[in-house]
Structure formats: C-alpha cells, structure tokens
Design a protein around this ligand. Structure first.
Ligand code: HEM
Ligand code: MTE
Ligand code: MO
Length: 477
C-alpha cells in the first residue's frame, strides 16, 4: 500500500455523488466505493458518508464492527489520506449510544449498537407475561432520552390543524385501556433462513417475540376527540407514526398502518404509556409507543413523536424498502422493493422453547416433555398445536394453556381479537429404542392457516416471515 497516492481531504470531498464517484475515508485510508453503493445491504444511507469519513456513521451503525465488513472495504482502497487531514476532530465523534440504558445480563445480544437482544428460549415461556427486563429488544438507532415534562405528541391531518398533546393529556383526557399483546419481529427465526442460504439482517433465534400487558389510550379515542370525522375518513388511507429516535440526517424511525386497523373498534390500537403495570422503560419506547396488536413489530413505533393521518403510507425506509416479503427466486440484483406490500399482519407461528437443537435427553425417562409458544397475526386465535417426535410422520395434539391458568385479568378474547400468544405443553411417551428424536411443532390458527413444513420455499433475501415447522434434533442417551 506504500505505492498508493496520497490525497487531501479537499480532493476526497469532491467525490460526493454517484456521478463524481463516491469516496470515503477510514482510519487514514481513501476508498472509492462507487461500485459498492448499489449493493450495500444498508441501502442508500451509505451516500450520507460520500466524500467524508466513515467513522461517525459506523459509530451509529455498529453492524459494521465486523471482520467481513472491513474485508469488503479493503477491496476499494485507492489511496492514503494526507496525514494532517486525518487528524481532524470531526472524524472522532462522541458515542451516540453512551446514554443507552443498561440491560439484563441474561439477554442474548445480537448487536450492541444499536441494541438488539432476545431472551434465552428456555426462559422465554416460563411466564405467560414476559418479564419486562427480558422482553426482546429491537432498536434501529440509539435510545432517545425524553423528558416526560417537555414531551409532546403531535397529530397532523385533522381538520383543526396540528394537535400537540402532553403526556398528562394522554393520561387524563382518555380512558385508560389495558390489553395483553404479543410483539413479534419480522426477523424472528431468521437464523433458520440463514442455514438455507445467507440472508441480510440480524441473526435472530426463536425469541424475537414476547408478550406483555400494555396500558394507554386507544388511538381511535384520541383521533375522534380531536376531530376525526367521516370527511377525514373518506380521504384517509393510512396512519403514519414517527419515532423520536433519529439517524445522522435527523430522519426518524417511522412506519404506517392502514386506517381501518387504526380506527376500527376491533383494532385495539393503543398509545401505550405503561408496560406490565409500570411506565414504559427506555428500551421499549418511554414515554409513549404505539401498540398495534396482531401487526408486525416494526409498526409498533416506540418513542412516538408524531402521528400523521394521510392518503399515503409512511415514506420511511422501513415502510418502503425493508420489512417486505419476496420470492426465494428474488436476489439483491433483481429485487424491486416497490413491487411488494409492506408487512402488516404476520402469519401463524410456533416454536419449541424447552429443547435445544443438538441437546440430549435421558433414555430412562419414559416421557418427553415439549413446551413452546404459538401465535398468529391479525387477531387470529391459535386453535391447535401439533407436535411430532419423528420429523412429522406421527402427530400429537399439545395442550394449550387455558385462560384460567394464566390469570383472572386475561379472560379469553372476543373472536378475531386474540392478540396474545398461547403457551403450550405436551408429554409424549418416549418411542422404544429411539436413538434420536426429530421434535417438530406446528400451529393452526382460527382461519385454519398453518405453517409450511420447511424453510427453503419461503426463503427470502431479507430473512423475514420465517414460520416453517420448528424442528429440533434431540439425542436419547
Ligand atoms: C449494513 C458495509 C457504509 C448503514 C451493512 C452490511 C455491510 C455493510 C456488509 C451488512 C452487515 C451484516 O448484516 O452483517 C458497508 C460498507 C460501507 C458502509 C463497506 C462503506 C464503504 C455505511 C454508511 C451507513 C451505513 C455510511 C450509514 C450512514 C448501514 C445500515 C446497515 C448496514 C443501516 C444495516 C442494514 C440492516 O438493518 O441490516 N453495511 N457499509 N453503511 N449499513 Fe453499511
Ligand atoms: N420504534 C422506533 N421508534 N424505533 C425502532 O427502532 N423498532 C421496531 C419497533 N418500533 C423500532 C420501533 C421493531 S423492528 C420492532 S420488532 C419493535 O419495535 C420491537 O419492540 P421492542 O423493542 O419493544 O421489543
Ligand atoms: Mo422488528
């Protein structure tokens, strides 16, 4: 690399667009990444660093702190940054994650900056209501620290113009509603897709899903209070949400949901300020988040700053260019994000939590206990879970936890509003002489939707919507 030319920052700065070429600097090196821009897994954001240093951007997206990322970068090295320019202060940046909260040590961490973690499967289903500390956490950006006294929730798109609510308004002007709802990330079980063929995204196991009791005001109560009317309804198609967590350009995390989900009496969309009976914790959206039961986690906006009633979907990256499903035949060269709808309701799901793949059980036990969770999107209740010990040749019906067993505050929901998961359990006689068990589960929801038997036919480049039969191999010793 000694023979590489030396460039000034001024020269690098000129290369700030696809037309002029995209150059960046990193630790004193100069890189021409023009050809990499279109294949960057993080999308167009990469252009924010055009002509500049990568360090402050990579400080925000810790996904880059990996060997393979540096290997990719090294292929594009074209020069050395002039020594005096590489010492400039603006290259160093304060860690935007330094004010993130501390987390429970039991969590399995998928990425630290931003923080993404799931509980170990064996403790996930110990409680019907997931304890807040181990509830899975999925952040795209640093956790914003919001002063509840100055917090305002803005609402746009109503006839009277922009509305601005305080936290107190939300708590006192509207009845407090409480519901139990499961949140699942679209990427739950992505690691199983990775085994078929590499996908892009966090390598979630089976626990990017959790269940909590949420309290707050119904979104529809709030919107009607501030003038939502048949005239508004005639034009409105979507309700957009914006978080108060922002990226380096000041762009917030955002998403939208269909207007009928938002306004329906059966939709139960909540502006939640409590989780499991306490103020929302920082990681889960303090002071207010949207709970959109039955809908993919990505639309349950945390640190909610703004609501917009609109004819259009959210234009956010996460609504338009992410969280969409594609054919197994679609790759990064052919994908057209505009061609697929944004994920809203999730398909039926289940997984085994008490047996790990590759573990072993004692031959002397005459029965095998299998436990897990099951859930479906759109308020469709799980009506049955089937379990097999022989890879799906023979089946047994698991016992679903009844609402009495759960708690008196969790009566069975009205049809079409089953927002919470079901935990299930079964004891099956150990087949005689078996050396290995192929334990499988699959759930059926109230629409008789069931899970596909394998991952390959539902594989997609982004690794979302993994809901094949969950399968673990267990040795009998
Ligand atoms: C993801 C490379 C610059 C934002 C990734 C990944 C790679 C990569 C390999 C996937 C990592 C994984 O999932 O294992 C690069 C290279 C860059 C660059 C080589 C410079 C030459 C940037 C910049 C930004 C950025 C400047 C932001 C301003 C992101 C984001 C993701 C990502 C947000 C995550 C996408 C997701 O949610 O999975 N990048 N990146 N990248 N990158 Fe970059
Ligand atoms: N809201 C904001 N403002 N920022 C985010 O990064 N992540 C979303 C959603 N809401 C996110 C957000 C995603 S992808 C998921 S799966 C859920 O929050 C996770 O919620 P949890 O962290 O409370 O489990
Ligand atoms: Mo998610």
């Amino acid at each position: 690399t000694n023979s590489l030319p030396v460039y000034s920052q001024e020269e690098v700065t000129k290369h700030c667009s696809i037309e002029k070429g995209v150059w960046v600097t990193y630790k004193g090196g100069v890189y021409d990444i023009t050809d990499f821009v279109t294949v960057h897994p993080g999308g167009d954001k990469i252009l924010l660093a055009a002509g500049k240093a990568l360090e402050p951007f990579w400080a925000l997206y810790g996904v880059h702190e990996q060997e393979h990322v540096l290997e990719i970068l090294s292929e594009y090295k074209v020069g050395i940054l002039r020594a005096e320019d590489s010492k400039k202060d603006d290259i160093k940046s304060a860690d935007p994650y330094s004010t993130d909260p501390t987390r429970h040590p039991a969590l399995i961490v998928n990425s630290v900056k931003p923080f993404n973690a799931e509980p170990p499967p064996v403790i996930l289903t110990d409680n019907y209501i997931t304890p807040t500390d181990i509830f899975f956490k999925r952040n795209h950006l640093p956790v914003p620290r919001i002063d509840p006294k100055t917090y305002r929730l803005e609402i746009e798109g109503l006839p009277g113009g922009t509305v601005s609510l305080t936290l107190d308004d939300l708590k006192t002007l509207f009845p407090k509603r409480t519901l139990i709802a499961t949140i699942q990330c679209a990427g739950n079980r992505r690691s199983e897709m990775n085994k078929v063929k590499q996908v892009k995204g966090l390598n979630w196991g089976i626990a990017a899903i959790s269940n909590a009791k949420w309290s707050g005001a119904y979104l529809r109560d709030v919107l009607y209070h501030y003038g939502f009317s048949p005239e508004v309804a005639a034009k409105a198609r979507h309700v957009q949400f914006e978080g108060l967590d922002v990226d380096v350009t000041g762009t917030p995390y955002g998403a939208s949901i269909p207007i009928n989900k938002a306004m329906s009496e059966e939709g139960d969309v909540l502006l939640a300020y409590q989780m499991n009976g306490e103020d929302l914790p920082a990681d889960h959206g303090f002071p207010v988040r949207a709970i959109v039961p039955g809908v993919v986690g990505a639309r349950n906006i945390k640190w909610l700053g703004k609501i917009v009633i609109s004819e259009e979907e959210s234009q956010s990256h996460w609504q338009q260019n992410d969280y969409k499903g594609f054919s197994p035949g679609t790759d990064w060269d052919t994908v057209d994000f505009k061609s697929a709808p944004a994920i809203q309701e999730l398909p039926v799901q289940s997984a085994i939590t008490n047996l790990a793949d590759g573990s072993s059980i004692d031959r002397d036990m005459d029965k095998v206990t299998v436990k897990g969770y099951a859930w479906s999107g759109g308020g469709r209740e799980v009506v049955r879970v089937d379990v097999s010990l022989d890879g799906g040749k023979t089946w047994h019906v698991a016992k679903l936890q009844s609402s009495e067993e759960i708690e008196s505050s969790a009566p069975s929901p009205p049809p079409g509003r089953a927002w919470a998961w079901k935990l299930w359990e079964i004891e099956i006689p150990l087949p005689e002489g078996a050396q290995e068990l192929e334990v499988v589960c699959k759930a059926v929801d109230s629409s008789y939707n069931t899970q596909p038997d394998s991952v390959a036919p539902i594989w997609n480049l982004r690794g979302v919507l993994t809901n094949a039969w969950h399968q673990v191999r267990v040795k009998v010793k």
